[in-house]
Design a protein around this ligand. Sequence first.
Ligand code: V4E
Length: 196
Amino acid sequence: MIEIEKKFLLKSDDIARLTEGATFIKEITMLDIYYDDATYSLTTKDRWLRERDGKFELKEPAKLEKWSERLADQYHEIEDEAAIAAALKISGGGSLRSALKAAGYEPFATIKTVRRKYKNGEFGIDIDTIDFGYDICEIELMIPEESQMVSAVKRIVAFAEARGLRSGPVRGKVLEYLHRFNPKHLEILQTIGMAG
Ligand code: V4E
């Protein structure tokens, strides 16, 4: 199965409409620390290395596409530390943390999120409240094969618009963090077409 997800920006009165008739699943708090090197060799390739609540994860695009050409986000996640070291081509002899440091990877963003998860029929809804004052949601659908991607995106947009959300480009939490706190890094990603 392939997960198709789309982000939407939330205003304060959107949440009630979005969650009406949905089943609340759970609330979690996540602390994410994102890593890159001095030349941004990961994020410029749309690779996102983070430590979520102390556990490393590497998100890589299913295929490298310019941001403007994307229909929806589609990433693979690698969670095994040895596999992350291999994907980054760094020596995994000691701990991943020490191998990252030796290879010049340093934290560039620390983001705390409260996520409320809901389900409405086949749609998953994640509502994220981020510590620096930013609210977004992700609406998700699982599809069996890529040929259904266009129709899945259309169904997600129709679901969101029926609840008063506006579709259009949305900066995810990391890009919003860069916009606010490290615009130079965001500008580099925008220049090469990796961010809107
Ligand atoms: C993939 C990506 C980034 C990494 C963070 O991904 P995101 O889905 O925003 O985080 P989160 O916390 O919701 O992850 P989950 O819990 O679902 O695993 S930061 C930027 N990107 C790529 C990207 C991009 N270049 N442009 C836009 C508009 N969105 C995402």
